[in-house]
Design a protein around this ligand. Structure first.
Ligand SMILES: [Zn+2]
Length: 564
């Protein structure tokens, strides 16, 4: 411990030069003043408790930390109280366990307000009492799941109060009767601002307290708070702020807390603009909440025009995809000819994986969102397929347990690079268990799916004869030679290219062929380029096309292999 007379100098040294409370200064100060240095999706309950202890130790006597409840599984839920002013403001985060962005921001705000020498910090502490509940749903947070350990959505439990976490929130509301509440969530990261094609990085709602959306003085304050947030954040996410669905939700907390007398502002952190990472969402919450608290203690947000809130465009949820393969021609059975269509799909990765948290688990599956006209879709990644054919990836078969000799990680990766997305493995009954065990070791997103089946089952047109050889080029006929050790040629003799392509992606028994690339199916496809410089429609045989890229369940196989 330093001598008491050293303390103020030490605090100043830690805090660095004074930071004013303008949004621009808060935004630029955050990287150096942030208290929680973990990315929000990586923060679990045990770590949060450590951060809270550290915060308490750093501001002895200036911050009250009360364990106010426990989750279903017994995890402690804390209330942090700072300031002593008459304006009581309740802020809670992560009532949905997989919506973490505001949780670190609440601790960052507490530390910043208690450390900053700026008169605005003192004004907040003197004008308001801040009641912070970071991570209301710790059981959900530890599973990165929306619901609590009873599988109940806390935000639909405001009336029945079945959940201990929901009961706690109501108790805190009734105990403190705050004049304003902030309900801090994350929304679907593919939500857009209306049809602008821009991601809704922040969505706001001045929650109604009844079905008619009656305007009360409290709700007017909530609208001014939304206006203050929109104004503060606009420079950092131009065009990236939307208005959340306003419909009255009779079971939700925001709606009921508003009706119980505490108007609620809903803040939803959403999608990351290109180049952004999760901490930027926490940073936006930091700037937004400090700006609004500063305005609240100043003049009750008097300068904020509620019209700003009203003019925000609504959330839209069908206008953004992860990947758009555009301007290509799709060729898949039963269509006999290529047709002009874009292919849009999502990769369903969880935030902790994308945030590169430790032990985040395997990558998610893919899901086709649209086949057709994608020109109005926003996309995180675009693949220009102009002049290319987009065809379903191959389905192949192979026979006998001997295949184990080459069917290792390298063998599977080779099959994937040559375009095989599904592999039917036909074995005798007494080989079945061994084959399944071997196949189980080779499961993974971005890898071919291996289905073990009986030896008597029909083989596919594309029969893999052994370890694939290295193709002499990526010309389609050479790729097929490598996969089948030339065996495909006799079967293909005389078949038109359309029929060949159809057979490569499906196995008998042939039902009525259905398009493999269709909404809700996995995005397993090939990009084929006409050779040499032929127009798509002029390709007649396998040698007229070359395999340019392979996507298996939404990923290029090389990337899948590195991730494993
Ligand atoms: Zn939520």
């Amino acid at each position: 411990m330093p001598a008491p007379w050293l303390a103020p100098a030490l605090v100043l040294a830690l805090a660095g030069p004074p930071v004013s409370f303008s949004p621009e200064s808060l935004w630029s100060a955050w990287p150096s003043v942030r208290f929680v240095t973990m990315s929000a999706p990586c923060l679990r309950h045990a770590e949060l408790v450590e951060w809270i202890r550290e915060l308490e130790a750093r501001h002895p006597g200036r911050l009250s930390v009360e364990q106010v409840g426990r989750s279903v599984e017994g995890r402690a839920i804390h209330l942090l109280i700072l300031g002593s002013g008459p304006r009581r403001v309740l802020l809670w985060s992560q009532m949905h366990g997989d919506e973490p962005s505001a949780t670190p921001a609440l601790l960052d705000i507490a530390d910043f307000v208690l450390s900053s020498p700026d008169p605005q910090a003192a004004a907040i502490l003197e004008g308001a009492t801040l009641l912070l509940v970071p991570m209301l749903n710790p059981d959900g947070a530890d599973r990165y799941a929306r619901r609590n350990a009873q599988a109940i959505d806390l935000n639909r439990d405001a009336l029945q109060l079945t959940t201990p976490e929901g009961r706690l929130l109501k108790e805190l509301r009734d105990r403190f009767e705050p004049e304003l509440g902030f309900n801090l969530h994350d929304q679907d990261r593919r939500t857009t601002v209306g049809s602008t094609g821009r991601l809704a990085t922040i969505a706001l709602l001045a929650v109604a307290g009844d079905e008619e959306g009656t305007m009360t003085p409290g709700r007017a304050r909530a609208k001014r708070a939304c206006a203050a947030i929109a104004r503060a954040l606009e420079p950092f996410i131009p065009g990236g702020i939307s208005r959340y669905d306003e419909d009255w939700n009779p079971r939700a907390f925001g709606d009921n807390i508003t009706s119980w007398g505490t108007p609620v502002v809903l803040v939803e952190s959403g999608g990351l603009p290109p180049g952004w990472t999760y901490p930027e969402l926490t940073r936006l919450n930091f700037v937004a909440l400090l700006s609004v608290l500063s305005g609240l203690v100043g003049n009750d947000l008097a300068g904020q025009d509620p019209q700003v809130y009203k003019t925000l465009e609504r959330n839209q949820d069908d206008s953004w995809v992860d990947v758009l393969v555009h301007d290509g021609e799709i060729w898949q059975p039963p269509s006999g000819a290529p047709y002009r269509a874009d292919l849009a799909f999502d990769r369903l990765d969880r935030d902790p994986l994308l945030a590169a948290c430790d032990a985040a688990g395997p990558p998610g599956a893919s899901r086709v969102r649209e086949i057709g006209d994608g020109r109005f879709l926003g996309a995180a990644h675009r693949i220009d397929a102009a002049g290319r054919l987009v065809a379903p990836a191959f389905t192949a078969s192979m026979r006998g347990l001997e295949a184990r000799q080459w069917l290792d990680e390298e063998g599977v990766a080779t099959l994937a690079r040559l375009g095989v997305a599904r592999l039917r493995w036909r074995v005798e009954a007494d080989e079945d268990a061994e084959a399944r065990a071997a196949a189980g070791l080779l499961e993974g997103p971005g890898w071919p799916v291996i289905e073990v089946t009986e030896a008597a089952a029909e083989g596919c047109f594309l029969e893999v004869a052994g370890r694939p050889s290295a193709p002499s080029s990526m010309q389609l006929d050479h790729v097929l030679d490598a996969l089948t050790l030339n065996g495909w040629r006799t079967r293909a003799a005389g078949r038109p290219l359309a029929e060949l392509l159809g057979r490569l992606s499906a196995c008998p028994p042939a039902e009525t062929p259905t398009p493999a690339l269709a909404p809700d199916r996995p995005a397993s496809f090939l990009l084929l380029r006409p050779e040499p410089r032929a127009a798509i429609g002029q390709a007649r045989e396998a040698e007229d096309l070359s395999l340019e890229a392979v996507f298996i369940d939404g990923r290029e196989p090389a990337a899948a292999r590195r991730r494993r």
